[in-house]
Design a protein around this ligand. Structure first.
Ligand code: HEM
Length: 101
């Protein structure tokens, strides 16, 4: 398996990279927040917000690929594009978390 194909979550298994590849890490391999002196100072806030939003969505909805869907990601240069024609089924979860205020 080439390094490029390994998922981010597994990259930390590589010796010497146990503390690398966090969403907010800066490196030439991950330029989403820029690099060096002018790298994005809002990346810590942004990462927390994205995690909170994702948790909110996952707590309230269930997702699965539609019957027979076989999405194919496409590559364009360094970009990887999800299959925007893929059909996904979404339904609201039963409320099973009671907020204690
Ligand atoms: C997912 C969300 C975000 C992405 C992908 C992003 C990405 C970037 C990138 C690529 C740069 C340029 C870095 C460079 O020139 O090397 C940048 C700069 C900057 N970002 Fe963000 N950013 C995000 C959220 C935020 C937030 C939430 C804030 C503030 C609350 C923020 C504040 C800034 C500032 C002030 C700079 C300029 C830093 C400088 O020039 O020294 N960003 N950001």
């Amino acid at each position: 398996m080439t390094r490029r194909r390994i998922q981010f979550v597994r990259l930390r298994e590589v010796a010497g990279h146990e503390n690398s590849f966090s969403l907010i890490s800066l490196s030439p391999d991950h330029m989403g927040f820029g690099l060096g002196r002018h790298a994005c100072p809002g990346r810590f806030f942004a990462a927390n917000e994205v995690n909170i939003a994702l948790c909110h969505v996952l707590f309230q909805y269930e997702f699965k690929l539609a019957e027979g869907a076989t999405p194919q990601a496409t590559r364009s240069g360094i970009r990887m594009q999800t299959d925007i024609s893929a059909k996904v089924m979404v339904r609201r979860r039963q409320e099973n978390i009671v907020a204690k205020l």
